[in-house]
Design a protein around this ligand. Structure first.
Ligand code: ZN
Length: 138
């Protein structure tokens, strides 16, 4: 069995960002040489997500509007922020949007549905953060 590990680094200019990382994950699959297997992609930080959905700008605005209704940025609203942090909203948003995705690899390619794209969801950016890609198979 082959295994392959790679980190993607991000340092977003904005506090919140949704970034399509499908191309980077495809590149990692090529580098791994795995033809049949599984690809795990996970955020390594508790205020960021990896998720799969449509790459459509209106939908991305809908996601952010929905997340801001559920967990608005507000330094005074949350108990977590009593620690002196201001990122409780980002922890909650990460929990809703998920930590990781697992995608099948078939014939050396990501076996995604027709509209499925992989995204990094940043909810407390403007600092270096990582995504882990782990590929296993043969
Ligand atoms: Zn925190």
């Amino acid at each position: 069995m082959r295994t392959y590990r790679k980190e993607l680094w991000f340092n977003t200019e904005t506090r919140v960002a949704l970034i399509n990382i499908t191309g980077e994950v495809e590149e990692a699959v090529r580098e791994s040489g795995v033809r049949e297997g599984l690809c795990l992609v996970n955020a390594m930080h508790i205020t960021a997500s990896v998720f799969i959905n449509d790459d459509e700008e209106g939908l991305h605005e809908d996601f952010l509007e929905w997340l801001n209704k559920l967990a608005p940025y507000d330094p005074k609203r949350y108990r977590h922020n009593l620690t002196g942090e201001d990122n409780a909203d980002a922890h909650l948003k990460r929990q809703i949007m998920g930590r990781e995705v697992v995608v099948a690899i078939t014939g050396g390619k990501l076996d995604l549905g027709p509209w499925e794209q992989i995204f990094y969801g940043e909810f407390d950016g403007r600092r270096p953060k990582r995504v882990l890609i782990k590929i296993i198979g043969e």
